[in-house]
Design a protein around this ligand. Structure first.
Ligand code: ADP
Ligand code: MG
Length: 656
């Protein structure tokens, strides 16, 4: 590996891992050692490849790591190829504490892949004894915004929080629907070409690039890969996209909602399972047996998503993604599954097959099922997408659309895979029990599948997820409708979540609690930073500028009154006075609310408990952002454009 890296010009190496900060971590070491004779030699030992001991004390750990035991271990993940970034050999690794607990995203993701493999392989063997391994695939689609770097640098809110905390909507934004799939501006095209090239150099199989719905919004998608590798590639992409944007004098915004009034960004996670015999378990097959297998996996996924819809929501929730969910542009803060008309009909048929014995033995194929109708290989609904669904079946995979654009895909992937693995284990237990009661294997599978179709019905929803009626209906169905992010995080610790995580070995109780602590802590910090930036900008930028303009108007009115006498001039003075009064209202409102926000923050900061603190930040601090912004945005419409210091939406959002 060292020889290869050296040949490629690398002089350093690093264990590359994904701590709970959501980013990546790397500490570079040169390939040099003492030669024992006072000189140096180039060396890279196997020991250093396999394991290292970075100091874990500066990474979020949720209380796992006692201060006296600051060591953490990084250990090589040979299932993800090493790569070279600049002059550094990057070795993908897991990151665990001295006592063995996961401090990263990769460790539990790998465990969930293994749990799913074990559980799914057993179930596959009901259908094909040759299956020895089941893997899962992820094809991500990454949405992002680009802004001109110079303008970005003039917006402290973008620089420090990744989003605009203020800014009136541009007169034109996405209402003409002229950006989606539109011609890519040449400056952006140059950036995309560069990005594609760099991706290929790193082995990231990117395939699709296009304009997204909002102005300046774009999407990049890769050809799906095994989940662990696809996730590493996404994390890597999020690193290099920044560098390449910078080269083109852009800044890339991965935030879920950088601009109010136009769509935010998500990361669609296309997910499927496949066997080592080359079968996609989410693809309908040609024979009734294949189809029973397909329906078996489908209904188990429905059950898993149904039972753990709260957990899945927690897995995609963050301070930043909260802006997107439920904002009529992205799936609502309720998890449901879209199946499409055709698949729904098939499940209905299976459910209602009333034949006393739907499964008859037949000489050739062993058994024949009247209950499982023929399923066309290419489902028509494949194209009939429901954009409002957070979890949609799209022909041969599920598309988890609620994932945030800045998220590490491992969070939602490991929650989903754990839920499905646990569900498959339960399925097998139910089938085995029936077999012990003298049912045939096929009868047993069919019976359990039928039962699951009935039980999991509340999670199925093909209608408009943006509608108010759905919120009411979902609550009636008992689906999780909580919208407060700190409270959604509670779902990680619900008995059903703890049960599946510990049963499958994906996360121990200690790890689960620690990660949830980190989630609350991160939430608080994000809101805290936004509150500070908003307060500073309001008091140091907005109010001074608005006051100066107000003063100019006051001056003008005094002069008009002193010198001018016509009716028009009198009217003008009246008009300006109205504007001045309006400005007074907006300015004082901003002052009052900022003061309120600061004191709410002080109170919240005193809270020790991370959960309570996050709740306080959500309920008493973040809740003031919209009001403050409203008054700032009103002032933006009044104040002289020349005085207004912050670049406006119309400047930020249109790259020519
Ligand atoms: P759309 O925008 O129409 O949803 P894209 O072509 O942008 O579709 O992206 C679809 C993604 O789904 C790609 O990453 C693709 O590789 C991935 N994909 C296709 N088939 C599968 C599959 N069986 N399992 C997982 N991902 C898949
Ligand atoms: Mg898409």
């Amino acid at each position: 590996m060292k020889q290869w890296a050296s040949d490629m010009g690398a002089t350093h190496y690093t264990h590359w891992f994904q701590p709970l900060t959501g980013g990546t971590a790397e500490k570079h070491d040169a390939f040099v050692e003492h030669d024992g004779r006072g000189g140096m030699i180039e060396e890279f030992s196997g020991k250093l490849l396999i394991q290292q001991e970075p100091d874990a004390s500066s990474f979020p750990n949720g209380g796992i790591r006692n201060t006296f035991e600051a060591r953490g271990y990084s250990a090589w993940d040979p299932t993800s190829p090493a790569f070279i970034l600049g002059d550094t050999l990057c070795i993908p690794t897991v990151f665990i504490s001295y006592t063995g607990e996961a401090l990263d995203y990769k460790t539990p993701l790998l465990r969930s892949i293994e749990a799913l493999n074990r559980a799914a392989t057993h179930v596959c063997r009901y259908f094909d004894g040759n299956v020895n391994k089941v893997h899962s695939n992820l094809g991500w689609e990454q949405e992002y915004f680009l802004v001109d770097e110079g303008l970005w640098a003039a917006r402290p809110d973008l620089m420090l929080t990744g989003r605009t905390l203020m800014g009136h909507e541009s007169a034109k934004n996405q209402q003409l629907e002229d950006h989606y799939f539109g011609a890519i501006p040449s400056r952006v095209m140059a950036f995309m070409e560069d990005l594609d090239t760099e991706c290929y150099k790193l082995g990231i199989p990117v395939k699709t690039r296009h304009n997204e719905v909002a102005p300046n919004q774009f999407e990049l998608a890769l050809i799906f890969e095994e989940v662990n590798l696809a996730n590493d590639h996404n994390v890597l992409l999020m690193t290099i996209i920044r560098k390449i944007a910078h080269k083109h004098c852009f800044r890339v915004l991965l935030h879920e909602k950088p601009f109010k009034g136009v769509n935010g960004s998500g990361k669609h996670n296309n997910w499927s399972m496949g066997t080592d015999t080359g079968v996609n378990l989410l693809s309908p097959g040609k024979t009734p047996e294949d189809n029973l297998q397909f329906v078996t996996f489908l209904t188990n996924i429905l059950m898993a998503v149904y039972k753990h819809n709260g957990l899945l929501k927690a897995s995609i929730s963050s301070a930043t993604n909260a802006h997107r969910l439920g904002a009529n542009e992205a799936p609502p803060a309720i998890i449901s599954v879209f199946l499409g008309r055709q698949l729904t009909e098939i499940l209905d048929k299976v459910e209602n097959s009333t034949a006393s014995d739907p499964i008859q033995m037949d000489g050739k194929s062993g058994f024949k099922m009247d209950g499982i109708p023929h399923i066309p290989e290419l489902l028509l609904d494949n194209t009939d997408r429901n954009r409002t669904s957070p979890f949609a079946f799209t022909g041969n995979r599920f598309e988890f659309r609620a994932v945030g654009s800045a998220a590490n895909c491992a969070g939602p992937m490991l929650a989903l895979q754990t839920a499905v693995a646990a569900q498959l284990i339960e399925f097998r237990e139910a089938v085995e029990k029936r077999i012990l009661n003298n049912e045939t294997k096929e009868q047993a599978i069919f019976a359990v599948v039928k039962e699951y179709i009935k039980l999991s019905k509340p999670i199925r929803f093909d209608g408009n997820g943006y509608s108010e009626e759905w919120k009411e209906e979902a609550a009636k169905r008992g689906l999780d409708c909580e919208t407060s992010v700190p409270l959604i995080f509670d779902r990680y610790l619900s008995p059903s979540s703890e049960e599946i995580f510990t049963k499958t070995g994906v996360l121990s109780q200690v790890e689960l609690h620690a990660r949830t602590e980190v989630s609350w802590e991160t939430y608080t910090k994000k809101i805290q930073i936004e509150a500070r930036v908003l307060g500073d900008l309001a008091m140091n930028h907005i109010i001074p500028v608005a006051s100066r303009y107000q003063d100019m108007l006051l001056d003008k009115v005094i002069k008009i009154k002193a010198l001018l006498t016509s009716d028009c001039s009198k009217k003008l003075a009246e008009n300006e006075l109205t504007v001045i009064e309006k400005m007074s209202c907006h300015i004082t409102e901003i002052q009052d609310q900022v003061v309120r926000m600061i004191s709410a923050r002080k109170v919240a900061n005193q809270i020790e408990d991370e959960r309570q603190k996050a709740i306080a930040y959500h309920d008493t601090v973040a809740s003031l952002f919209d009001t403050i912004r409203y008054h700032i945005d009103k002032l933006e419409l009044i104040v002289d454009d020349e005085l207004w210091v912050l670049p406006k939406y119309r400047e930020l959002l249109f790259i020519r």
